[in-house]
Ligand binder design. Structure first.
Ligand code: NAD
Length: 357
């Protein structure tokens, strides 16, 4: 099969980790008989330096005409003083909107070889931890009406409104139920229906969608309880689906209980098969251009791309298995290093994983 991939390397460690992800992808292509054709485009700080804007139109056009998009990370201190709409991060929001990516998928899985990095007690993690958060990405408070006003007495008031329409809730719930079908068959829909109108509509729509999936075990859960349960008994969760703001907070919490930032991939999906795949970490300017970064989150992002955009499940399994094997053999980048393990560079880690495909 031939697939066109738009590649946005970005800033800081972005180019280093994306190079390793492409190395692994090329090895998958070789072994499984696929050809991956890359088109490199600019976004973030490097785009500002070269074109004056964080997200050039050409980047959007190339991404839209590709089968998928691989992104490293953007941002860095050099661009921190620019106005909000011209900062590298504006590129991130812009590309999600331009590609109409409404679902963010973030797995949180405890890798046995790295169990020591998990901040939870062993009695909690002994039942495992393997869940996915499906977060609505282009609605809710981050995209609702907002205002900051000052009244005649000088009192300053700011307001953000959390708005959801039924169709937005329905499409994200369907993503979660479909995902649960391919996993352990359980969905928790997270809301704050005891307080918020938008959550009451969320719950109503989620219940309607659930009727189309009689084989899926379904639960409503309040967001505050979810935050507690994630650290008390994370093994109870398979797929969690929630709105934008709750999902932002819960997905960071879920990521942190697995250990290192350098290990966690993500996918952002829309209606079709085009998706944007990226590690959850940033551009790590403190270790950029030193060949020290952990490329595993980027490599696992590519595995998600194969699974969700290209329907190449066996190829994705091969990458995940290779990562597990290399970690089981004791190889570590600096961020996940522990006693008795073998320290390797970013490119050595890429070579080791590609070598196991
Ligand atoms: P960060 O994730 O870049 O780094 C936090 C810490 O984790 C640093 O010590 C870093 O060295 C370490 N780290 C992160 N990824 C690593 C990896 N793969 N291997 C080894 N160590 C790793 O977060 P930050 O320092 O808050 O942000 C730096 C820049 O990245 C900022 O400009 C921020 O806006 C941007 N950012 C971008 C994205 C994105 O592109 N999606 C996400 C978050 C932050």
């Amino acid at each position: 099969m031939e697939k066109k991939i738009a590649v946005i390397k970005g800033d800081g460690i972005g180019p280093e980790i994306v190079n390793e992800a492409q190395k692994v992808l090329d090895k998958v292509g070789e072994k499984f008989g696929h050809s991956f054709i890359y088109t490199e485009v600019l976004m973030g700080g490097i785009a500002i330096d070269k074109t004056g804007v964080p997200l050039p139109q050409e980047t959007i056009d190339v991404c839209l005409s590709s089968d998928s998009v691989l992104l490293g990370a953007v941002g860095g201190p050099k661009w921190d003083t620019l106005p909000g709409n011209l900062r590298p991060e504006a590129g991130l929001l812009g590309i999600r909107g331009a590609l109409k990516l409404f679902a963010n998928i973030r797995p949180a899985k405890l890798i046995p070889a790295l169990a020591g990095a998990c901040p939870l007690k062993e009695e909690i993690t002994k039942n495992g931890l393997d869940l996915v958060i499906v977060r609505e990405l282009i609605g809710g408070a981050y995209f609702g009406k907002r205002s900051t006003t000052v009244d005649e007495k000088g009192v300053k008031t700011a307001c953000d409104s959390m708005e959801y329409s039924d169709f937005e809730i329905e499409r994200i719930c369907r993503v979660a139920f479909e995902m649960a079908k391919k996993r352990r068959g359980k969905v928790h829909s997270v809301d704050k229906a005891n307080v918020l109108d938008s959550s009451r509509l969320w719950r109503e729509v989620a219940h309607k969608v659930k009727e189309d999936y009689p084989d899926i075990e379904y639960y409503d859960i309040l967001v505050d309880n979810t935050a507690m349960q994630l650290v008390r008994n994370p093994a109870q969760f398979d797929v969690l689906v929630t709105e934008n703001l709750f999902g932002d907070i819960l997905s960071d919490e879920a990521s942190m209980i697995t250990g290192s930032l350098g290990m966690i991939p993500s996918a952002s999906l829309g209606e079709g098969s085009l998706g944007l795949y990226e590690p959850i970490h940033g551009s790590a300017p403190d270790i950029a251009e030193q060949n020290k970064a952990n490329p595993i989150a980027a490599i696992l992002s590519v595995a998600m791309m194969l699974r969700y955009s290209f329907d190449m499940g066996s190829e994705a399994d091969a990458i995940e298995k290779a990562v597990d094997e290399v970690l089981n053999d004791g190889y570590r980048t600096g961020d996940i290093m522990s006693e008795g393990c073998i320290l390797v560079s970013c490119s050595e880690m890429g070579d080791l994983i590609a070598g196991r495909i």
